[in-house]
Design a protein around this ligand. Structure first.
Ligand code: F6R
Length: 600
């Protein structure tokens, strides 16, 4: 994870980098730091904090004429979040400064073999890189020293490197961790995500793995060049305009991004319908459709919330498209591969399109010759670019760390794709999805009521969501939302499993929330809830009009039973949100997490 930003040019570099880091805080916020060149004192200055990026700006002075800076916002992998482990890191003799996103797996071996006499100031794997560069630069040019260093590294790394002896140059490397280049008349910016470039670049470029970049002044203008690992110059990649909807990056009057993004969910469904449906015709690219020809089995791979969307995708592929489907957690599949049916396709679901566990799977299954489709929210992401085909979920930038609208987008796209692959187009998606969007809107509008329910019901340190079938899959996601933003221990359970062990945890007033949207298992789930009530649990039911009974607390407007996840998850997202408000925790940036998991 972690976010890195660097700038060289005619703007106040520290401002560009700090603003960029603020936009990248979603990638990690354990600590952050910046190094910039102060021309007034002819020296490099480094500021670090274990607080948020805003502190870097508010608690330090930056001269207006600083033109070169690199910065980092950290999600700790090696060493706790303290000052010395915070990037940027200097080489032992202070010649080079580096920021790094990724993990160097063989860093201990490298110290043993190449740097036995070096003194280290942190516990990070990153310091090894900067010291190797310093060591090799004694006999090689800086560029050669960087190339020699990366030839020894095993792992993932996006690097920005300053040579303190050359204040008009910036170096960068990309391998397996994301890095992009932004360009304007005023300079060159490099960063982990195009979001960091907003307001500072006119165009941006995506980089391939194993790229080494130099940025320097040529004819009064900063320019970049890209080399491969053996030093051959590579042609610049395609230039993309920065046609960003910057409104998405603001809270639009909401107190938190999470609530804004929950509220946007009906619009996401409508946007997806307009992108992929033309009346009753489906506009899924024929290349995507043809990938499924002759396929006997679908394997869905994903992590976290996207995995939960994948579980619902399995129901769609099997019930609507009639293709047997299996779903795997990416980090499990990567190292414990099952026996794979030969005529299979892999569908990789990821909001960010950068999750390292998934990338490892993608590389692996492509090497084995399988067809691949990614479903992501970022069409320029690694998974979108590297899979055979990709489908955009059009959810718009999701900023809150807890995923909400991307989950909805993934489910909607999976429903449309399955229907497109179905011989009978068995779902009347136009009316069913429109109806779902209205039902979603109803519950978002009644969110004050959910706040009241939270006050009455969600108490204590434990909570359970239960459900059967598709409701069980929603329970998993509902539980993840509550635990990740409130830190209340929450499990999502198949309702019938409660009595097989977890019931031992039920005691007075432990909330047990049942999701009941399917007629055929309505009574079964209710019986399981009764069993919990008999042990003094605090019950709460989320149902639809046609599955509701008696005093159900949260009753939602009816939708097609297969589309119920689009609706039943919303009260659960709101329960998590309002409980987090009640507890006064940082809703958009929950502790220990980051939005983009770019380490395995
Ligand atoms: C939870 C959440 C995570 C992500 C997971 C995968 O709210 O957002 O569980 O779903 O880290 O990330 P993506 O979807 O970007 O691959």
């Amino acid at each position: 994870m972690c976010g890195i930003v660097g700038f060289i040019g005619q703007e106040k570099a520290s401002d560009v980098v700090i603003k960029g880091l603020e936009r990248l805080e979603y990638r990690g916020y354990d600590s952050c730091g910046i190094t910039f060149y102060n021309p007034n004192e002819s020296k490099f200055v480094t500021n670090k904090t274990t607080g948020r990026v805003s502190k870097l700006l508010n608690e330090n002075d930056y001269p207006d004429n600083n033109h070169l800076a690199i910065g980092h916002t950290r999600w700790a992998t090696h060493g706790v979040a303290n000052h010395s482990n915070t990037h940027p890191h200097y080489s032992m003799n202070d010649r080079f400064v580096i920021v790094h996103n990724g993990v160097i797996e063989n860093h201990k071996e490298l110290v043993f073999k190449y740097l036995p006499d070096y003194k280290f100031r942190s516990e990070t794997d990153t310091e090894v890189i900067v010291n190797l560069i310093e060591k090799f630069s004694k006999e090689l040019s800086v560029l050669e020293a960087i190339r020699k260093t990366i030839s020894l590294l095993e792992g993932s790394y996006a690097l920005l490197i300053i040579d303190t002896q050359d204040t008009d140059k910036l170096y960068a490397v990309k391998n397996k961790s994301p890095l992009l280049i932004g360009e304007s008349d005023k300079g060159i910016i490099l960063g982990s995500d195009v979001l960091a470039f907003v307001n500072y670049a006119d165009n941006y470029y995506l980089l391939e793995d194993n790229s080494v970049i130099t940025v320097e002044k040529i004819n009064e203008k900063y320019n970049f060049e890209i080399f491969d690992t053996i030093g051959l110059k590579i042609e610049k990649p395609e230039k993309h305009p920065m046609d960003f909807v910057t409104d998405e990056l603001d809270k639009a009057g909401f107190e938190h991004y999470m609530l804004k993004e929950i509220s946007e969910q009906p619009a996401v469904v409508r946007k997806i319908m307009s992108e992929y449906m033309d009346g009753n015709d489906l506009k899924i690219n024929y290349k995507v459709k043809s990938l499924f020809e002759g396929v006997n089995r679908v394997y869905i791979l994903a992590a976290g919330t996207s995995y939960h969307a994948g579980l619902i995708g399995r129901v769609y592929f099997e019930e609507i498209a009639k293709i047997p489907t299996e779903v795997f957690i990416a980090s499990e599949f990567a190292y414990n591969e099952p026996l794979i049916e030969p005529n299979s396709i892999f569908v990789l679901i990821s909001q960010s399109g950068e999750t390292a566990d998934l990338r490892a799977c993608l590389v692996n299954v492509r090497e084995q010759g399988f067809k691949t489709l990614s479903i992501t929210n970022v069409p320029t992401s690694t998974l979108a670019r590297e899979a055979d085909q990709t489908l955009n979920i059009y959810a718009g930038t999701e900023i809150a760390v807890a995923s909400t609208k991307a989950y909805i987008g993934q489910i909607a796209v999976l429903a449309i794709l399955s229907n497109c692959l179905s011989k009978q187009h068995s779902l009347d998606l136009v009316s069913e999805m429109s109806r779902a969007a209205v039902s979603m809107e109803n519950i978002v509008d009644k969110r004050d009521y959910i706040e009241e329910v939270v006050q009455k019901t969600i108490k204590g340190d434990h909570c359970f969501y239960i459900g059967r079938g598709i409701d069980y899959f929603v329970s998993l996601e509902a539980a993840l939302k509550l635990k990740e933003i409130t830190y209340i221990h929450t499990d999502g359970l198949a309702a019938g499993e409660l009595k097989h062990g977890p019931m031992a945890l039920i005691e007075k007033d432990v909330p047990v929330i049942a999701i009941i949207s399917q007629d055929h298992i309505n009574n079964n789930t209710r019986s399981n809830l009764e069993e919990a009530k008999a042990r003094e649990a605090k019950p709460l039911v989320i149902s639809l009009d046609n599955t509701s009974k008696g005093n159900d607390e949260i009753v939602l407007m009816d939708v097609h039973r297969l589309l119920s996840p689009l609706v039943t998850i919303i009260p659960a997202q709101l329960i998590a949100y309002y409980k987090a408000i009640d507890l006064g925790v940082d809703i958009d940036k929950p502790r220990n997490l980051a939005k983009s998991a770019t380490v395995e």
